[in-house]
Design a protein around this ligand. Structure first.
Ligand code: GLC
Length: 534
């Protein structure tokens, strides 16, 4: 059973308190070399923008040598930089410049699987009796032939591929080019601990840990209980949901790994942030108990319908169970953008900003994904230009390219992203969406997000206790100390009379409320933060 009382994590880096993160998808942020693909030098050139915006942490998606079967989430060497993205020196410059600007740098580590081109996997295939074989998960075929169990891969098909030479299958929860590592092997654990130190010695401030909920698998590789019929289901995500993932995900032995990592991280005052794709709060709390991962991402907002009860339910239980151990997100390089999901156009943008203000009011660390501050919607990527393996290897799946189109920086060639003739994904946005155009317009989304980020800085000393309060229909509200955070999920204006006198200290819309009043007036799709005055 999980403890439902949220306690702040001990020994966490002081800089994590009240911080806000920003996710950079390296391929699509800024291309400095003119090959149509973003790189580290491009990020370094744009760090001033992130400092201007007011974020504290920059998380950079994987930039290690990779054959790019999954755009870098298939790592061929954990202690080097992919030549397309730069080199170790470019990384050092990035870290140095970020630190000068007061920004922390978080790298993305991918410990669940490597690339099939990693030297460990090559050796495991070439020499089945050698030491690297046990770095991966090998099983004999099922008694009647075929894969050893019924596990399915996130990107479609079975989670097993046959190595014909040895007659054994290897496990992969993602692509066949992403063989899963064997976290029960102490030698593998030692390799990763050295990898953490390698990067911490170079000044990295933390890691976002890819697929942090899946490193350990059931030691007996038992079948997962099937809970729905697979017939006619072609989308890999829906196939995945046909099973209860009792044996491939969320095995409690993973906690030991993160406790060992925590001891290393504490020596460097660095943070461990898990990509914990666990959609129930109790399961998330089990995975982030406070002595391992500093934060676990909570992904339920990515699939949340836009209604007040859904919004409250999505935030409340997780906040109550995890306190400041949550990484709050509403967008990432894996999901349709929130402005699109929440209704598109101005309405979707307003809703996304209002929701961000609620996340910013809760204990924990909110992360915004590049372009969220511009209110970007999904980019249009025609089927023949799609690049994500979910789209290219499955019939009828749109995939994740729509949220990965290049960052629009300024009007002109490739919207300032790249000098190349062609960019790796088509441009998904217009010049009016770009950073430069928005910066010139005080009413633009980027200024609203910047103002929210500034406001968040003032909340550093706010009481960590959150009290969810009664609110009119379609409204979600919580109190922290003398502050009240209220989101109006309705499209129409409403009023709220919480008792006492209140002054509005921040709002995501443009409406006017008297300086001090017993009634708080909320526009449609707006969050207002008010301070109790009497
Ligand atoms: C995570 C990443 C995703 C990647 C997958 C496999 O979910 O966010 O982009 O494809 O892991 O590494």
């Amino acid at each position: 059973m999980s403890d439902t009382t949220a306690t702040p994590a001990a020994n966490k880096p002081a800089w994590l308190h009240n911080a806000v993160g920003y996710e950079v998808y390296v391929r699509s942020f800024a291309d400095s070399t003119g090959n149509g693909i973003g790189d580290l030098m491009g990020i370094t050139e744009r760090l001033e923008y992130l400092a201007w915006l007011g974020v504290d942490i920059v998380w950079i998606t994987p930039c290690y040598p990779s054959p790019m079967a999954d755009h870098g989430y298939d790592v061929a060497d954990y202690v080097d930089v992919e030549p397309i993205f730069g080199d170790l020196e470019a990384m050092q410059e990035l870290i140095g410049r970020a630190h000068e600007l007061g920004l922390k740098v978080v790298l993305d580590i991918v410990p669940n699987h490597s690339s099939d081109q990693h030297r460990w996997f090559r050796a495991a295939v070439e020499d089945p009796s050698g030491p690297y074989r046990d770095y991966y998960l090998w099983r004999d075929p099922a008694p009647g032939g075929g894969p050893p169990n019924n596990w399915v891969a996130h990107f479609g098909g079975p989670a097993w591929t046959l190595d014909e030479a040895s007659g054994q299958y290897y496990c992969h929860l993602f692509l066949p080019e992403q063989p899963d590592l064997n976290w029960r092997n102490p030698a593998l654990r030692a390799e990763f601990e050295q990898t953490l130190e390698f990067w911490f010695e170079r000044g990295i401030d933390g890691f976002r840990i890819d697929v942090a909920h899946a490193l350990i698998k059931d030691s007996e590789f038992r079948d997962n209980p099937q809970i729905a019929d697979l017939a006619g289901i072609t989308h890999p995500r829906e196939q995945f949901r046909c099973f209860e993932h009792r044996y491939d995900l969320q095995q409690s032995e993973s906690l030991e790994i993160y406790r060992a990592w925590r001891r290393i991280a504490e020596r460097y005052d660095t943070a461990l942030i898990g990509e914990t794709y666990v959609l129930d709060s109790a399961g998330l709390a089990d995975l982030v108990p406070g002595d391992g991962l500093h934060l676990g991402f909570w992904f339920a907002p990515m699939t949340m319908p836009w209604t007040a009860p859904d919004i409250e339910q999505t935030l409340r239980e997780t906040s109550e169970r995890l306190g400041d151990r949550v990484g709050w997100v509403q967008s990432s390089h894996d999901e349709s953008r929130p402005a699109t999901r929440f209704g598109g156009g101005e309405r979707g943008r307003r809703r996304s900003l209002a929701f961000a203000a609620m996340l910013f009011g809760l204990p924990g660390v909110p992360f915004i994904y590049q372009g969220e501050e511009l209110g970007l919607e999904d980019g249009d990527v025609p089927p023949e230009l799609r690049s994500d393996p979910i789209a290219t290897r499955n019939v009828g799946a749109v995939g994740r390219d729509v949220c990965r189109t290049p960052m629009p920086w300024e009007p002109g060639h490739n919207l300032g992203f790249s000098n190349a003739d062609e960019t790796w994904l088509p441009l998904g946005h217009d010049a009016e969406d770009s950073v430069a155009v928005q910066r010139q317009n005080p009413e633009a989304h980027v200024h609203k997000m910047r103002s929210l980020l500034r406001f968040r800085r003032q909340l550093s000393d706010l009481d960590p206790a959150v009290t969810w309060t009664e609110a009119p229909a379609g409204v979600v509200a919580f109190r922290r100390g003398d502050h009240l955070f209220v989101l109006n999920a309705n499209d129409e204006a409403v009023t709220m009379t919480p008792g006492g006198t209140w002054s509005v200290v921040h709002r995501t819309g443009v409406g006017q409320t008297p300086d001090s009043s017993e009634t708080i007036l909320l526009e449609g799709a707006e969050t207002v933060v008010a301070k109790h005055t009497a």
